[in-house]
Design a protein around this ligand. Structure first.
Ligand SMILES: NC(=O)c1ccc[n+]([C@@H]2O[C@H](COP(=O)([O-])OP(=O)(O)OC[C@H]3O[C@@H](n4cnc5c(N)ncnc54)[C@H](O)[C@@H]3O)[C@@H](O)[C@H]2O)c1
Length: 253
């Protein structure tokens, strides 16, 4: 899909990858961009970029869906929806049930809330694009991030299922799966010391991730992998699951 003249929505857009996507998409001459974030700074950011901003919690089904409907009513359609908001949780079995629920609500259910409005909308138009920001952790797991990696696997399953179910209706689904990206999420991760094994493939700048995302959307690729190594790792996992588990065990800090 080309982004020129399209109506685009991005969640988690006040920071990091979401904000970088907004800036990059602007260069493609879209018709409109709407930014959604729980952080009120989204309004200021939106006005600086000359786009629309909405404060909403993507885990609040009613609030989130009513904003999506409001955008559809205002712009006439949503052509590309980037369901990008996410939270990261480090830790293993000490993760509280409450924090498991938070990870589930943001990293999985937010996509479901959006899809419930967007899939019928896109079906009625016989076109539309849903981009889920998942993570390489949803494909390759992530040591010491039990609830994050598990919910990102669920998000990956969701993206695959939506693509399988609605691809025949003209709806394109992509899963954006970077490894580490230079955002607050990574910067605030105290457990990522400078010599942490997860850093071995490097931390990508958000601008590269945004460029790769535009390329992936243009070519309508299901899997968008800004870190090219990830494709090789998935092949290794599929080729020999036991050897892959052993290799990832070596990354345990
Ligand atoms: N940074 C990385 O290394 C990395 C790697 C792979 C995948 N990801 C994924 O990329 C996405 C964006 O992450 P980022 O690195 O830009 O993080 P970030 O923390 O810089 O930005 C996330 C944004 O989401 C917003 N947000 C969080 N919870 C929300 C909620 N309930 N409702 C609305 N907005 C909410 C935050 O306010 C923030 O502006 C996430 O889904 C994350 O899991 C990040």
């Amino acid at each position: 899909m080309k982004l020129q003249d399209k109506n685009i929505v991005i969640t988690g857009a006040a920071n990091g990858i979401g904000l970088a996507l907004a800036k990059r998409f602007l260069r493609e001459s879209p018709n409109s961009i709407s930014l959604i974030d729980i952080n009120v700074s989204v309004n200021k950011i939106a006005s600086e970029l000359g786009v629309k901003g909405y404060v909403a919690d993507v885990t609040s089904e009613n609030q989130f869906q009513s904003i999506i409907n409001q955008i559809i009513d205002g712009d006439g359609s949503i052509d590309l929806f980037c369901s990008n908001a996410g939270i990261q949780q480090f830790g293993t079995l000490e993760t509280s049930t409450n924090n498991w629920q938070k990870n589930w609500d943001v990293n999985v259910m937010s996509h479901v809330h959006a899809a419930k409005v967007l899939i019928p909308h896109m079906q009625s138009r016989k076109t539309g694009y849903l981009l889920l920001t998942v993570s390489a952790a949803g494909l390759l797991n992530m040591p010491n991030a039990l609830s994050y990696a598990t919910t990102k696997h669920a998000a990956m399953g969701l993206a695959e299922n939506l693509s399988i179910m609605y691809g025949n209706d003209g709806i394109i689904v992509s899963a954006l799966c970077p490894q580490l990206v230079d955002t607050n999420m990574v910067r605030s991760a105290e457990s990522l010391s400078d010599d942490h094994p997860l850093l071995k493939d490097g931390i990508l700048p958000v601008e590269i991730v945004a460029d790769e995302t535009v390329k992936g959307i243009n070519s309508e690729k299901f899997l968008i992998l800004p870190h090219k190594e990830v494709a090789k790792y998935i092949q290794g996992k599929a080729f020999d699951y036991d050897a892959w588990i052993q290799a990832v065990r070596k990354l345990v800090p």
